[in-house]
Ligand binder design. Structure first.
Ligand SMILES: NC(=O)c1ccc[n+]([C@@H]2O[C@H](COP(=O)([O-])OP(=O)(O)OC[C@H]3O[C@@H](n4cnc5c(N)ncnc54)[C@H](O)[C@@H]3O)[C@@H](O)[C@H]2O)c1
Length: 237
């Protein structure tokens, strides 16, 4: 990754998005940062000398406006996401909560792709889309409400996008972290570690970043499905 590039990060006011912004700033990127939390976004953007765009990723028009402002962008980090208040079984999640989690986590990624990909293809220059998925989008954990199902949609969307863009200058990666200590989780690894690993994956041309200790659990669940057995909760190695 050269130092002469423009990067966009959604969900940049906190957690993994803020850590991506920090890491990109350290690499010399010019940053366009987006978040729904205007005050927290301003704090981060001012600290990094970045442009702040208050935007709800669930709103297609807001993502169009963001993309239109991102001239010369070569890295788009579609990162914003939410857990939602209800963390029980899927039938315990009220319809409005289910819709909002999918609107942000799934439609947010699709809105980002719809707004940015045609512009990146028209520019016909090397560019990258980095999608923040989750381990919960590859392995099925008990409960968790709408979050896991939404993140499964995100990992599928990332794969669809990577295949569709295979013969273009635009590449796609997805990161699938386990727990990260952010506004979303009190436990986990530091977001700075996730951000550095994510940018390294982009540099190395890797499609997916999945924590090593969870590889076996992901493949074990797939093996149970194809052999017709009922799923069991995944465990790290
Ligand atoms: N923290 C974890 O354990 C973990 C693990 C795997 C994946 N993730 C994913 O990482 C991403 C970032 O989450 P985080 O852990 O940094 O959480 P976080 O809550 O610290 O940060 C999320 C940011 O997204 C913003 N945001 C929320 N809804 C938005 C919307 N509609 N439009 C624009 N911005 C919005 C929030 O204001 C916040 O600044 C999410 O997609 C999340 O699902 C998190």
């Amino acid at each position: 990754m050269s130092t002469d590039y423009v990067a966009v990060v959604t969900g940049a006011a906190s957690g993994i998005g803020r850590a991506l912004a920090d890491a990109l700033h350290a690499r010399g990127a010019r940053l366009l940062l987006a978040d729904i939390d205007a005050d927290a976004l301003t704090t981060t953007a001012d600290r990094l000398g970045a442009t702040a765009v208050t935007a709800d990723v669930a709103d297609p028009a807001a993502m169009e406006t963001l993309a239109a402002r991102a001239q010369g962008v070569s890295l788009v980090c579609l990162n914003a996401g939410i857990v939602g208040p209800s963390l029980g079984a899927v039938w315990d999640v009220p319809p409005d909560e289910w819709d909002r989690v999918f609107a942000v986590n799934v439609n947010g990624i699709v809105n980002g792709l719809r707004a940015f990909v045609p512009r990146l293809l028209a520019a016909n220059a090397r560019a990258h889309v980095l999608i923040t998925a989750s381990l919960a989008g590859l392995a099925v954990f008990p409960a968790g409400g709408a979050y896991g199902p939404s993140k499964h949609a995100v990992t599928a969307i990332a794969q669809h996008a990577a295949m569709a863009l295979a013969d273009t200058p635009v590449t796609v990666s997805m990161i699938c972290p386990a727990l990260v200590a952010t506004g979303m989780s009190n436990e986990g690894i530091p977001p700075s570690v996730v951000a550095e690993d994510a940018l390294k994956a982009v540099d190395d041309g890797n499609f997916a970043l999945v924590p090593h200790e969870w590889h076996r659990a992901v493949t074990a669940q797939a093996e149970r499905i194809v052999s017709g057995r009922a799923p069991t909760p995944p465990m790290p190695a």
